[in-house]
Design a protein around this ligand. Structure first.
Ligand SMILES: [Fe+2]
Length: 178
C-alpha cells in the first residue's frame, strides 16, 4: 500500500456553493473575540490605516479574512475576479452599495448590521464602507481564493467602466485604505 500523501496545494477543488461560504463566514465569526481594547484578536493596528485585515484561513478551495473598518473606511466599487463569496458583520455595521456586471441594474444600498451577512456572486460588484461612528468588524470568505480585483467607476454615464485591476497577493481587496 502506498504511503504517499497528497499535498494540499495539489488538490483541485471547484468553488464552494454560496450557502456553504455563508455558513463558513458566520461560523468563523463565532470564533472572533473582541479584545476589549483596540480591536479583535488577529488584527493589529497599523498606523493611521482605516482598514486592516488578517487572513484566518487559506485552503486550495477557499480563504477567509477578518477585516476591521474604522469609521469612514471605504472600499470603492469592485469585483472579486470571478471568485464568489460571502461576508458577515461581526461588530458594528457596514453599508454595501451593490450592482451586477450582467444585469447592469443601478446600485442598491443596504445597511448590514452585526449578525447579518450577504452573499457575493461571481458577477456582483460592490462598494463597502463603515458609516460609523463605531468600528466595524467583518469576516469575508472567497472561493476560489481571490486572484484579482477590478475597480469600477460608479458615476452616471460611466457606470461600471473598469478603472484598474489589482492582482491580489496575500491580501483581500488591497485597493482600500491600507
Ligand atoms: Fe468585496
Amino acid at each position: 500500500m502506498s504511503s504517499a500523501l497528497t499535498q494540499p496545494d495539489e488538490i483541485q477543488l471547484g468553488p464552494l456553493e454560496l450557502g456553504i461560504l455563508a455558513d463558513i463566514a458566520s461560523g468563523l465569526a463565532c470564533s472572533v473575540i473582541p479584545d476589549g481594547q483596540d480591536g479583535f484578536e488577529g488584527i493589529a493596528p497599523q498606523g493611521g490605516d482605516l482598514r486592516r485585515f488578517a487572513r484566518l484561513l487559506h485552503t486550495p478551495g477557499y480563504e477567509a479574512w477578518l477585516i476591521a473598518w474604522e469609521a469612514a473606511a471605504d472600499l470603492e466599487l469592485h469585483d472579486h475576479g470571478g471568485s464568489q463569496g460571502a461576508f458577515y458583520v461581526v461588530d458594528g455595521a457596514l453599508v454595501e452599495a451593490h450592482a451586477d456586471l450582467v444585469d447592469l441594474a443601478p446600485l442598491q444600498t443596504l445597511l448590514i448590521g452585526a449578525g447579518e451577512g450577504r452573499d457575493v456572486t461571481p458577477t456582483r460588484v460592490h462598494r463597502v464602507w463603515n458609516p460609523g461612528p463605531a468600528r466595524a468588524v467583518s469576516v469575508h470568505v472567497y472561493s476560489p481564493p481571490l486572484s484579482s480585483m477590478t475597480f469600477y467607476d460608479d458615476q452616471p454615464g460611466t457606470f461600471l467602466t473598469p478603472l484598474r485591476t489589482d492582482f491580489v497577493e496575500g491580501a483581500p481587496e488591497p485597493g482600500g485604505a491600507r
